[in-house]
Design a protein around this ligand. Structure first.
Ligand SMILES: NC(=O)c1ccc[n+]([C@@H]2O[C@H](COP(=O)([O-])OP(=O)(O)OC[C@H]3O[C@@H](n4cnc5c(N)ncnc54)[C@H](OP(=O)(O)O)[C@@H]3O)[C@@H](O)[C@H]2O)c1
Length: 351
């Protein structure tokens, strides 16, 4: 990502922000921004300033911060009730009338078309804005197009929130393993399915485990993308394309759901000393990279064995650094918001 020449240790660097999508992640980002404001200023010398929030029907915008100092605010209420609400306010207008900063994209993921996020991200880059996104769809459909545009224009493209969120899959793969060849990778990349399979290994039925996951806010009201394996496939594609330079799309991934697994099977695998996990994997078969999402019995000595509950994990197998595994991180909107914030900080701050 590019260095920011105007950041210095004396004056705080003001970063204009536009937030698109004000659902669970967007609202969590809004709250986190206020919560972390003092730390971001003191530790990183940055002053992220929210100037606009947009949803599907309009938005609010101002040339001053729209972040109230007190937590009695729009976070839990309807954006249309805000005094600055403008029905039909469009992103294009806000991008063109606001000095460039960072577009924070939090609209729903459409894994087939990438829209509406893909259009938003291209529009922002075209107008000289850095971008950070939680939207998997846009990155699955056109990661390389977005990255090429960002690189050509010297802009940042932060994708952490869409690639495991709190689990730093991209940071480790791209920064910590720089110069190593990643020969394969495997990941437990979906907290919902991992929670369900962990509970099933304790004897809970699939239906009950899903119900519990929904009650805890781990699973979405419509869990089909998670339990069908598609969320794992989307993250796998983003990680493989970003870290390994592959050009995978959804049609290249062999995807298996967890819905065919019984709790009896989970318990029996567990009793045999292994653990059933939904694993996304990219590995070479006859010298060609293949991608798959499958329910696998993981052996005790495998780095992903202990990744339980709503946790996620990934292991990179490399030519020079051996197997490098990371695990942990929360799976919820606040963790996704924290990953967006991390990407913004890392666009501007150099250690
Ligand atoms: N939830 C998580 O824990 C999590 C974790 C990692 C990544 N993500 C990703 O983060 C993104 C947001 O997730 P979420 O859970 O916050 O979704 P959500 O609660 O459904 O919120 C989506 C927001 O996007 C807005 N929106 C829809 N179409 C739009 C458009 N054309 N222009 C502007 N705004 C539009 C919606 O506005 P209206 O209310 O007007 O429809 C809503 O405010 C998704 O891509 C998801 O895959 C989520």
């Amino acid at each position: 990502m590019p260095q920011n020449p105007s950041a210095n240790l004396k004056g705080q660097k003001k970063i204009n922000l536009i937030l698109v999508g004000f659902g669970r992640v967007g609202r969590a980002f809004y709250g986190l921004l206020r919560e972390k404001r003092a730390l971001i200023k003191s530790r990183y010398n940055l002053n992220p300033t929210l100037l606009s929030i947009l949803n599907s029907t309009g938005g609010i915008a101002s040339d001053k911060s729209i972040h109230p100092e007190k937590p009695s605010d729009i976070c839990s209420s309807d954006l249309t009730q805000h005094s600055l609400w403008q029905k039909g306010l469009r992103l294009e207008h806000v991008l063109k009338t606001t000095p460039a900063g960072v577009l924070v994209e939090c609209t729903p993921s459409d894994l087939q078309t990438g829209e509406p996020g893909l259009g938003h991200l291209h529009l922002a880059l075209d107008n000289g804005w850095q971008v950070v996104t939680a939207d998997k769809g846009a990155l699955v459909v056109d990661f390389h197009g977005l990255r090429e545009k960002a690189v050509r224009k010297g802009l940042g493209l932060g994708a952490s929130a869409a690639a495991g969120a709190a689990l730093p899959t991209l940071d480790v793969g791209r920064v910590s393993l720089a110069g190593a060849e990643i020969t394969s990778l495997a990941g437990v990349l979906n907290g919902t399915t991992n929670y369900i399979l962990t509970q099933m290994a304790l004897g809970t039925s699939y239906e009950k485990a899903l119900e519990e996951a929904q009650a805890k806010g781990i699973a979405e009201p419509d869990p089909s993308l998670d339990v069908g394996g598609w969320d794992t496939a989307a993250k796998l594609i983003i990680i493989a394309n970003a870290v390994m330079g592959l050009n995978l799309s959804l049609k290249d991934v062999d995807v298996e759901p967890i819905t065919d697994v019984s709790s009896r099977t989970c318990v029996s695998v567990q009793n045999g000393g292994k653990s059933l996990k939904l694993v996304g994997k990219v590995h070479k078969i006859k010298n060609i990279f293949q991608a798959q999402v499958k329910v696998e019995a993981i052996d005790k000595c495998h780095p992903l064995y202990g990744v339980d509950g709503a946790e996620k994990g990934i292991v990179y197998f490399t030519d020079t650094m051996g197997a490098v595994a990371i695990r942990g991180g929360k799976s919820d909107p606040r963790a996704a918001a924290a990953a967006l914030l991390k990407d913004i900080i890392n666009i501007y701050h150099r250690y």
